[in-house]
Ligand binder design. Structure first.
Ligand SMILES: Nc1nc2c(ncn2[C@@H]2O[C@H](COP(=O)(O)OP(=O)(O)OP(=O)(O)O)[C@@H](O)[C@H]2O)c(=O)[nH]1
Ligand SMILES: [Mg+2]
Length: 310
């Protein structure tokens, strides 16, 4: 059993993030009704056959004080830590870094060094190009490099308005606990050379990323569009009890793409393979051919998955 802790100030968005991860579709209403978490909320899930317990540490001041008064009871034994910062709330940057400092100080004293994912959350899509917020986030990142000798720290920008950003941050965190996971992305990068693909990805049944490759410089909006298309495809696959679904769509600039989602089953575990290529309007048969070719890469992929499942 591994322990994942979500820490951060009250109102940072921890429970919202966990809600997005567990629900993936139709979470808006639930998030709009969230109340501050009282003490610690726990849930559990399985990933690649491993049992995880997820702890959502309510961030109101009285709780923070209690955790820090009794850190061995609350904070010790964390295998992976997500620290959530409300990136829009500049007034509380000092307060949140102070809390993080105190948590890290305790862990250091204990010589307990879990990998650490720091989420600059509420980095909503319309803010991604704004100078001020980017500058402020950068300043915090620079300040936190003082911990990089002791801790493995990874930064993410996330928003509930970009589901993919949250799934990526969470999956990347998990991947730190599974050494072999990076083999999947490496294979996809390799495969992409043969297929001129826009994206190749493998998800578990709950939507966590096992590995993925994106064509470089793919625009955020295009990524979000593909991911939403994928979510629709997965819903349809489940509703219609399918194992394969092909679709096509176009980007804002009019470029067309073809996609395929295939269900791969290992024992009682299901995985979803997503494959997206540019649509060749002059030669539609070519597209079909490439989609067929992916079949030939499957044995290698299955081999890796088998090594990953514990
Ligand atoms: N704009 C924006 N608002 C968000 C985002 N995520 C969460 N919120 C809002 O932030 C508020 C607080 O979210 P919670 O998830 O309850 O915060 P928390 O960190 O769990 O707070 P505590 O339980 O008190 O520690 C809610 O009103 C959410 O709607 C986001 O990505 N963007
Ligand atoms: Mg909460």
């Amino acid at each position: 059993m591994k322990k994942i802790s979500f820490l951060g100030l009250d109102n940072a968005g921890k429970t919202s993030i966990i809600t997005v991860i567990t629900k993936r579709f139709g979470f808006e209403e639930e998030i709009s009704k969230l109340m501050p978490t009282r003490k610690i909320a726990r849930d559990s899930f399985k990933f690649l056959g491993v049992e995880f317990i997820r702890m959502d540490f309510g961030g109101q001041l009285q709780y923070r004080e209690e955790y820090l008064k009794n850190p061995t009871k609350y904070i010790s034994g964390t295998d992976l830590l997500f620290y959530v910062i409300d990136a829009q709330d500049y007034d509380r940057y000092v307060e949140t870094i102070d809390y993080l400092d105190r948590v890290l100080l305790f862990l250091k004293e204990e010589q307990d060094y879990p990998p650490m994912c720091i989420l600059f959350h509420k980095f909503d899509p319309q803010l991604t190009k704004e100078k001020v917020i980017n500058q402020r986030i950068l300043t915090i990142k620079q300040a936190l490099t003082r911990y990089s000798n002791d801790f493995d720290i990874f930064f993410f920008e996330t928003s509930i308005y970009d589901i993919k950003s949250i799934m990526d941050a969470f999956s990347s965190g998990l991947s730190l606990l599974f050494e072999k996971m990076e083999m999947v992305s490496k294979l996809f990068a390799e495969m992409s050379k043969n297929y001129n693909s826009i994206m190749i990805a493998l998800f578990d049944a709950k939507g966590l990323t096992i590995g993925e490759y994106y064509r470089p410089h793919l625009h955020l909006m295009e990524k979000m569009r593909i991911y939403n298309k994928y979510l629709d495809a997965q819903k349809k696959i489940i509703a219609e009890n399918r194992t394969l679904l092909e679709f096509s769509d176009k980007f804002e600039n009019g470029d067309k793409y073809s996609g395929l989602v295939e269900v791969l089953t290992f024992g009682n575990l299901e995985f979803y393979l997503l494959f997206i290529i540019e649509e060749d309007e002059q030669n539609l048969e070519n597209t079909v051919e490439i989609l067929n070719k992916i079949e030939s890469a499957k044995p290698q992929m299955e081999n890796i998955i088998l090594q990953l499942i514990q």
